[in-house]
Design a protein. Sequence first.
Length: 302
Amino acid sequence: MKVLLTGATGLVGTELVSLLLKNGISVNYLTTSKDKIQDEPNYKGFYWSPESGEIDNHCIEDVDAVINLAGSPIAKRWTDSYKKQILNSRVASVNAIYNLLKNNPNSVHQFISASAIGIYPNSLDKVYSEDDTSFDTSFLSTVVQQWETASDKMETLGVKVAKIRTGLVLSGKGGALKELATPIKYGFGAAFGSGQQMQSWIHLDDLAGIYAYVLHNELEGIYNAVAPHPVTNHTLVELAAKVMDKPFFLPNVPKLVMELILGEMHTLLFDSQNVSAKKIISEGYQFKYLSLEKALQVELKS
């Protein structure tokens, strides 16, 4: 089997490439940097520019499925121009792949795209499943809705589509956990706001595992990629401090303070999404990390 992958050199992509290669699956990957192009027997790079629509058509040769992880990071101050980049980087990437598949019919039978639990409204009470469709007009929700709509176009080409709505990814190699751990490391760990907002997390190994599982079993539809036991923000920070053997006594950080520092992006820290993992579990996926403390110990224990 051969897979075409976007976002292969990012945090999730690097882990997924390793897992796919271990399972005997060859990887072609698209990159916007010609310096990152490699040419190995089972791992070949190809240049693309989603914004201009430029793409090396050789990337699709003998490919059975496409996994799309492309998109600009959201953990960066949301200026008006950067908000456009967050949206355009996702939609343009999917559209470029759509045109690639349209021009090379019958080559690919499966399209798996990253998505995000940010599509669900902020709520301290509701538990969200993949069946929920009452979205709001917040920036992140709007981005994810347009991202998924673009992915759904693949179905018109006779391609099976799966969308992986991802929660807070836990990895000591980078991403949100590394940012969270930095103030804790220096003894300044504190919950945000009320601390009661729900954090639906997933260990990086399980996120890569879900992509591989959806690929292997040719699953279609939406899947929440979150561990089965979400926690409050207070519990997350408290456990991280415990694992790192650091104090946890400071008062919660007021919302107004973080809004002044981060602007609109502060919603990443204060929004609450309690998201269910029942659907992917019902398909037979078995999580490696069910315990948040175990996941944190693996990633943060020095």
